[in-house]
Design a protein around this ligand. Structure first.
Ligand code: SF4
Ligand code: SF4
Length: 341
C-alpha cells in the first residue's frame, strides 16, 4: 500500500487542476441535502457531506440509458463512456459499487454498465458526518480496502493521508502536490479509519449472517402485512438505493415506424407493475400484494443475494429510510423485530 500526504491548502489547487483536465463530479450542497454533481469549481466540493440523495451509481447505471438504435439496416450500440473522476465517495458507496461491478459482470457481461464503470476514477473519502438514518457499521461497510483508485483520509487541520490504490489513482498524482507521509500522519489515519465505531445511531442487534439465517425462515411473519399496510408502492426506497440494479427495457419507435431506440430505465420491486407479465393475452402479477413486494425487498437485501455477494446486499447508507414518505423503508427496525421474535 502506498501512502502520501496532501496538505489542506493543496486540496483546492489539486481539484482545480483535475477539473481543467477531466470531468470531475463530487458531493455538492442542494438545499438542505447533498447531491453528486459536476464540479465547476473546487469551492463547490463538500467533503463534509453526510450522504447524497442519489448514490454515485447513477454515473454507471443511469436512471435512463439508451441501449441500441435500430432501423431496417440493422442496429448499433449506444455505449459512449465518458472519462470522469468521482471525487469524495464514502466507503459504503464504494462497497455498493463493488457489488454492482460483480452483479453486472456475473454471467453475460453488461457493457452498458461496465464501459461507464471502467471510464471512471474513484476517489474515496472517510465519513465526516454520519447521516441520521445510516447503519453502515452494522453492515460491515464503514471501511473498504478496495474498489477505489485513491482514498483520502482527513486527519484534521494538517490535511489528508492519501492511499494510492491503482494505476488510475497514480495518474491523478501529477495534478497535485503530494509529499511523503510521516509515521505520525500514518498513525492518525489508522486511528480514524479503524479506531472509530459506534457512530451510527441506527444499529442491527445481530450480525448480518445471523439476520440472514433467521429472516430466510420468516416468510410468513406478520410484520410484512403490518408494514405494507401503510406502503404507497411508490418505489422511492428502490430508486435511492446504491445496491438496487433492476431495470425496465422499452422501445421507442420513430414516426417512420421502422427505426427507433431501445432504452432502459431504473425499475423498483415495490412498484405494482414490477412483477406483472403478459400471459396468453392477459396479465399475471406474481407479487400482486403490497406485503409480498415489501417482503421481497427486505429479503433481497438481507437474504437472497448473500450467497453471490458473500454478505447482505445492503450497505446501510440509510437513504431508503429518509426517502420513504410513510417512514417504513428502514430495514433496521424490521430486521431487529424479526430477530426478537
Ligand atoms: S436498502 Fe436502504 S440502507 Fe440498504 S443500501 Fe439500500 S438504500 Fe441503503
Ligand atoms: S418508499 Fe416507503 S412507501 Fe414508497 S414503496 Fe418504499 S416502503 Fe413503500
Amino acid at each position: 500500500m502506498r501512502l502520501l500526504f496532501l496538505q489542506k491548502e493543496e486540496l483546492e489547487p489539486f481539484v482545480s487542476r483535475l477539473i481543467a483536465w477531466q470531468e470531475v463530479v463530487g458531493p455538492k450542497a442542494k438545499k438542505n441535502r447533498f447531491v453528486f454533481d459536476k464540479l465547476e469549481s473546487p469551492a463547490e466540493l463538500r467533503l463534509d457531506y453526510d450522504t447524497t440523495i442519489l448514490p454515485p451509481k447513477k454515473y454507471f447505471f443511469q436512471p435512463q440509458q439508451d441501449l441500441i438504435r435500430f432501423s431496417p439496416e440493422g442496429f448499433t450500440g449506444c455505449i459512449e463512456p465518458k472519462p470522469r473522476i468521482i471525487f469524495g465517495v464514502h466507503p459504503y458507496d464504494i462497497k455498493a459499487i463493488s457489488m454492482l461491478d460483480y452483479l453486472f459482470s456475473d454471467g453475460k457481461k453488461d457493457w452498458n454498465y461496465l464501459a461507464n464503470r471502467q471510464a471512471a476514477t474513484i476517489v474515496g473519502i472517510n465519513v465526516h458526518q454520519v447521516f441520521k438514518t445510516a447503519f453502515f457499521e452494522s453492515m460491515g461497510a464503514s471501511i473498504v480496502t478496495k474498489g477505489y483508485d485513491l482514498f483520502l483520509t482527513d486527519i484534521g487541520e494538517e490535511g489528508f493521508v492519501v492511499e494510492v490504490a491503482t494505476d488510475k489513482g497514480e495518474a491523478l498524482l501529477a495534478y497535485g502536490h503530494f509529499t511523503q507521509v510521516t509515521p505520525d500522519q500514518a498513525q492518525k489515519r489508522r486511528k480514524i479509519l479503524y479506531g472509530q465505531s459506534d457512530r451510527c445511531s441506527q444499529k442491527l442487534f445481530n450480525l448480518p449472517e445471523e439476520v440472514s439465517e433467521k429472516v430466510a425462515l420468516s416468510f410468513y411473519h406478520p410484520i410484512w402485512e403490518e408494514m405494507a399496510s401503510r406502503c404507497f408502492s411508490c418505489g422511492a426506497c428502490n430508486l435511492v438505493c446504491p445496491t438496487c440494479y433492476c431495470f425496465d427495457v422499452q422501445d421507442m419507435w420513430n414516426l417512420d415506424q421502422e427505426s427507433g431506440i431501445r432504452f432502459r430505465t431504473w425499475d423498483g420491486c415495490l412498484t405494482e407493475d414490477f412483477a406483472k407479465v403478459t400471459v396468453q393475452g392477459g396479465t399475471e402479477n406474481f407479487r400482486q400484494d403490497r406485503s409480498s413486494r415489501y417482503r421481497h425487498r427486505i429479503m433481497r437485501k438481507a437474504v437472497y443475494l448473500n450467497s453471490k455477494l458473500g454478505g447482505p446486499a445492503c450497505v446501510g447508507c440509510g437513504r431508503c429510510a429518509s426517502a420513504c414518505p410513510a417512514d417504513l423503508a428502514n430495514p433496521v427496525p424490521v430486521l431487529n423485530k424479526i430477530m426478537e421474535g
